[in-house]
Design a protein around this ligand. Structure first.
Ligand SMILES: [Fe+2]
Ligand SMILES: [Fe+2]
Length: 194
């Protein structure tokens, strides 16, 4: 089963797990002597992985999921507008996190914000948007949308790009080039490799 809800739920489960682990590590992260350099490096790597997963996930939601919500759900525009606002705010935070090191006060502050807001965003989608969409989407459409999301993720950017307008069509038009450029940068910097 690769319907839209399964694909999105798998992503959410992965992200929620990362948030729990990052939250658990936050107590000692500001004191390198407690956690050590290795722990801080791992923490930074986990945040990089979180940013990669989040960037791909939100990019395909913007490209395929929100247009379907707008089209099919009566209150779809309001739901999509609210969620996209949350996503844009999250991208800014994640983009700021890229330049910081784990254990830095600013890093920990931004991450703590992201953990709270990220959970609120996931809860909004799961509790308000998904039930509304489930009521109106056909099994066939749900399956097709799930496939589009999975395919789209392969070409999706791995960085947040907070200044790119969150409009469908962007990923189709510029996404593959942006994603390719992101991946080149990832390779050069070793980002997301370990
Ligand atoms: Fe989202
Ligand atoms: Fe989501």
């Amino acid at each position: 089963m690769t319907d839209v809800f399964t694909v999105l739920a798998n992503d959410h489960t992965e992200v929620k797990q990362m948030l729990t682990e990052l939250e658990a590590g936050s107590a000692g992260a500001s004191s390198a002597s407690v956690h050590g350099e290795d722990a801080l490096r791992l923490r930074k790597n986990m945040v990089e992985q979180l940013i990669i997963e989040e960037s791909k996930h939100e990019a395909v939601e913007e490209e395929y999921f929100w247009p379907a919500v707008r089209e099919l759900v009566t209150d779809g525009d309001r739901l999509a507008d609210h969620a996209i606002e949350q996503e844009q705010a999250a991208k800014k935070v994640l983009n700021d996190l890229i330049g910081l090191d784990a254990g830095e006060a600013k890093f920990e502050e931004l991450l703590a914000n992201f953990i709270t807001d990220g959970r609120a965003h996931i809860a909004f989608e799961e509790n308000e948007v998904w039930p509304a969409l489930r009521r109106v989407i056909t099994d066939e459409r749900a399956e097709k949308l799930g496939e589009k999301l999975e395919q789209g993720k392969k070409l999706a950017p791995t960085r947040p790009h907070p200044n790119t307008p969150p409009k469908p069509g962007i990923l189709k038009a510029a996404g593959p080039a942006v994603a390719a450029a992101d991946k080149v940068r990832d390779k050069i910097t070793g980002r997301g490799q370990d």
